[in-house]
Design a protein around this ligand. Structure first.
Ligand code: BGC
Length: 834
């Protein structure tokens, strides 16, 4: 007790100390004390009207304000969902899409626990994760963040343990972005037109499971409008569904600057406006409350909801920072590796290309923009700065051992922060990096306020700007130094900025993006000579608000010696420069990577293509000539190790696609309704429930790789499907025998799909309704039992506004993927009891 008392006192938690001290006094009444709601009500009763109004608006971008006189602590939030985003380094986990691809709910729980611990190590109370928006289209810039894939059942099964994991550590999780923020194009204003059945069957179930099963502490309303009304003030979404139907008692916050009104948002929507109270503050709310236009009762409900949610998490009882957890936690790094190992999906492997046999493959050329150093990730608020990142090249060196020749060719400009520059230091010595002169005005005026060497130009500052302990949002920076090409030929220069950037190479202006603009990328190709020292000057200016300054320079020509290696591992795809929050991405690989792949395939017959992306991309130009192909998503800081282990057979791949991998963007069932039905203000989800494999099945179109697909180095066979009614519940028990009939130990994702009678309404030809991941030794068999609940067989009957179990025969099929289901049985619903 004394120890705990001391710790709380030191951390400034004196009100908690007083409580603790009082409780420990002889004669103090034992007993449970008031519950969280009652305590919240007592606190609310002591707050002034102005205090209450202000409490509903965030402060300093990432906080709920504290009220010291009442012992209400300040609450710290952090993004999410690829790790705990702070200025300092923090474990970067694989993308949500990779976690979904593991089809392993227990791994989702482990990742939740690990992120929860990372939060506690940093004093973070609320993690702004998980992201649950369904992958409706392949080009959504944020698909990579979402652990939902394209299927609501998979999403719900993965998200519940993830949230439970986070919250088990005394950290509140946030289910975001509620709802249908399925594209970044015009996300701040676009209205998604979605019918009720589609919402209930596809886009809401993961949120519903987060609320009803995982008891998520917070939900974040999305930027967009749903059926004409902004999510942050949408009565149907926020009141009817979330609060009334699902019984959500937690905090409903806005996405950052997603609030557009005072009265509708207050009446119909959010409790908490983030990042600050532009609408929810004294100035706006108090007059409306005094005049009776807004109800004080509703204000009190919001206050009590927020406070009781925080109290329930224990935030008033203890310091949130747990110093016993290291900030760089080996347990978190192991979890990041475990997720990467199970998330990578092997999509093609012909003529035994993989695994690479270490006895025969002694030299490997690792190339492409994502090869080395580090591993890429998508851009935006999920970007986490990792303490280290193992590149595919690093991973292969470790996996193949000291005798092997593994060389990285930095071909292609991938992530910012990987280009190699040099500059002169104060003693005129060449050192890595560029010399940065930082001016506290936006026109390079006067002497720089700060001069330093930056290893890379890869910055995103919030409103405070780059100067420590000084708030300067109008500033300019000049970076100077040299670039010395390692090879002859074409090089790509890429500048991404908000507000403006220009680049000089040997005194010549080669990129001139000097008009004020939001974050975007300008590129240039230059032919450079190996070994020559090119003078480089990068100038940047920010006039106000958030600031992005990123620059990369890398060769894009393939060196001929790639032909001399036993194998080529080609790491291509997207990165924070080409895929991320704020805009959608291309379906085609950026920066002429198709040419790069074609050249490498021609030079080296044992070429393995490793794709880094949030989802499907155009593989048509090169897939026929690629002997092997892996989807790596964004595999996190340990990704290079996991990929190398899979390439060399130390780990048998067990990831399965949580999406349909489209052959052409136009095949995707939702793409014909993208990006907008009318020049940008509406997007009509005309495909309805026919998203992903539901749509591919309906139109009888073959995607390049179907939902649920993924190869293993072993083989699994299925037999003896039996179905029994579970006496205790409205459910079916489906069992089948799965055998590892190949030569390696491995894991199979056993997937069960249901074809409904579909006589009353049009229904998707099949839907995922159960799955399990099993690990088997060669020749080992296991009877796998899956449960299918009657509720999961229902469709949403729009006429009756209710879920309905259609009578008739249902076909249950079980197997490897949505298009390979070797065993089946039929059931009849409803069951007539004897
Ligand atoms: C994103 C959210 C994020 C928030 C805070 C917004 O731009 O949409 O996902 O949590 O910023 O960084």
């Amino acid at each position: 007790m004394i120890l705990l008392f001391g710790r709380l006192l030191c951390s400034g938690y004196w009100p908690a100390c007083l409580l603790l001290w009082f409780a420990s006094c002889p004669g103090a009444k034992a007993g449970p004390g008031p519950g969280p709601e009652e305590r919240a009500r007592q606190l609310a009763a002591q707050m002034t009207l102005g205090e209450k109004a202000d409490y509903l608006g965030g402060v300093r971008s990432m906080y709920i304000r504290g009220i010291p006189r009442l012992g209400i602590p300040e609450i710290k939030m952090s993004d999410g969902p690829l790790g705990v985003r702070q200025d300092e380094a923090s474990t970067r986990y694989p993308a949500g899409a990779a976690l979904a691809a593991s089809w392993n709910p227990e791994l989702a729980r482990a990742e939740g626990v690990a992120m929860g611990r990372d939060c506690r190590a940093r004093g973070v109370h609320i993690l702004l994760a998980p992201g649950l928006n369904l992958h409706r289209i392949p080009v959504n810039g944020r698909n990579f963040e979402y652990l939902s894939g394209e299927d609501p059942f998979l999403a719900a099964r993965m998200v519940v343990p993830f949230i439970e994991g986070v919250q088990s550590q005394g950290v509140m999780a946030t289910a975001k972005h509620f709802a249908v923020n399925n594209q970044e194009f015009n996300r701040m204003s676009i209205s998604a037109g979605v019918d009720e059945r589609t919402l209930r069957e596809l886009y809401l179930p993961a949120f519903e499971a987060a609320v009803k099963e995982a008891h998520v502490g917070a939900v974040m309303d999305a930027y967009n409008r749903l059926n004409g009304v902004f999510c942050t003030e949408n009565a149907w979404l926020d009141r009817r569904m979330l609060r009334e139907e699902w019984g959500f008692r937690g905090i409903l916050m806005s996405d950052w600057s997603a609030t557009h009104s005072v009265i509708p948002a207050f009446r119909n929507g959010i409790d908490l406006e983030m990042p600050s109270g532009e609408h929810f503050d004294q100035a706006h709310l108090v007059p409306l409350l005094r005049s009776g236009k807004l109800s004080v009762r509703q204000l009190n409900e919001k206050i009590v909801r927020v406070l009781s949610s925080l109290i329930r998490m224990g935030f008033f009882e203890r310091p949130q920072r747990d110093a016993s957890i290291p900030e760089r936690d080996p347990a978190s790094e192991r979890t990041a590796l475990a997720v990467a190992r199970e998330g990578v999906v092997l999509l093609k492997n012909t003529a035994g290309t993989l695994p690479l046999d270490p006895a025969r493959v002694r030299s490997v050329a690792v190339l492409g923009p994502a090869a080395h150093p580090g591993v890429p990730t998508g851009g935006g608020s999920s970007y986490v700065n990792p303490p280290h990142a193992v590149s595919v090249c690093d991973g292969l060196r470790a996996a193949l051992g000291p005798g092997a020749k593994v060389d990285a060719f930095g071909v292609g400009a991938g992530s910012f922060g990987t280009s190699r520059f040099v500059c002169l230091d104060d003693r005129q010595q060449l050192v890595p990096g560029l010399r940065g002169e930082y001016f506290d005005n936006d026109e390079f005026r006067g002497p720089p306020a700060q001069v330093r060497t930056d290893a890379h130009v890869d910055f995103a500052w919030n409103d405070n700007g780059p100067f420590p302990h000084r708030l300067v949002s109008a500033f300019s920076i000049r970076w100077t130094g040299f670039f010395v090409p390692a090879q002859d030929g074409q090089h790509l220069l890429r500048a991404r900025s908000d507000d403006a950037m220009r680049v000089y190479l040997d005194g010549q202006l080669v990129i001139n993006d000097w008009e004020d603009h939001g974050s975007h990328t300008a590129s240039q190709i230059q032919t450079l000579q190996a070994g020559r020292r090119y003078a480089l000057k990068v100038e940047y200016r920010n006039r106000a608000g958030g600031a992005v300054a990123q620059f990369a320079l890398a060769p894009i020509d393939v060196p001929a010696e790639v032909a001399t290696y036993d194998a080529a591992v080609l790491c291509v795809g997207f990165s924070n420069a080409t895929e991320g929050e704020g805009s959608d991405r291309t379906f085609d690989l950026p920066d002429n990577q198709d040419d790069l792949i074609a050249k490498v395939e021609k030079l080296n017959p044992r070429t393995v293509v490793v794709l880094f992306s949030g989802g499907a991309a155009n593989a048509q130009p090169w897939i026929a000539d690629a002997p092997a192909f892996l989807e790596a998503w964004y595999p996190g800081q340990e990704g290079g190790t996991a990929i190398a282990e899979i390439l060399t057979g130390q780990v048998n791949p067990s990831g399965r696609l949580p999406i349909s991998f489209d052959r052409n963007a136009t095949d995707n069932p939702a793409m014909r309704n993208y990006p907008s039905s009318d020049h940008g203000s509406h997007v009509a989800y005309r495909e309805g429930v026919y998203v992903g494999y539901r749509g591919y099945d309906q139109s009888r179109t073959e995607p390049l790789y179907p939902f649920g697909y993924g190869l293993s180095y072993t083989k699994f066979s299925y037999a003896d499907l039996t179905v029994n009614r579970v006496p205790a519940g409205p459910a079916w028990e489906v069992s089948c025998r799965v055998t590892n009939s190949g030569e390696h130990a491995g894991s199979e994702v056993v997937q069960l799909y249901v074809t409904p009678p579909g006589r009353e309404v049009d229904r998707p030809p099949k839907e995922l309704k159960a799955f399990a991941k099993v690990t088997l030794e060669p020749d080992q068999q296991q009877t796998v039992t899956l449960m299918v609940k009657d509720q999961d067989l229902c469709f949403y009957d729009i006429k009756r506004h209710a879920w309905r179990l259609e009578p008739g025969r249902y076909l249950l099929r079980v197997g490897h993927s949505s298009r390979d289901l070797p065993v089946q049985a039929e059931i009849q619903e409803p069951i007539i009891s004897q």
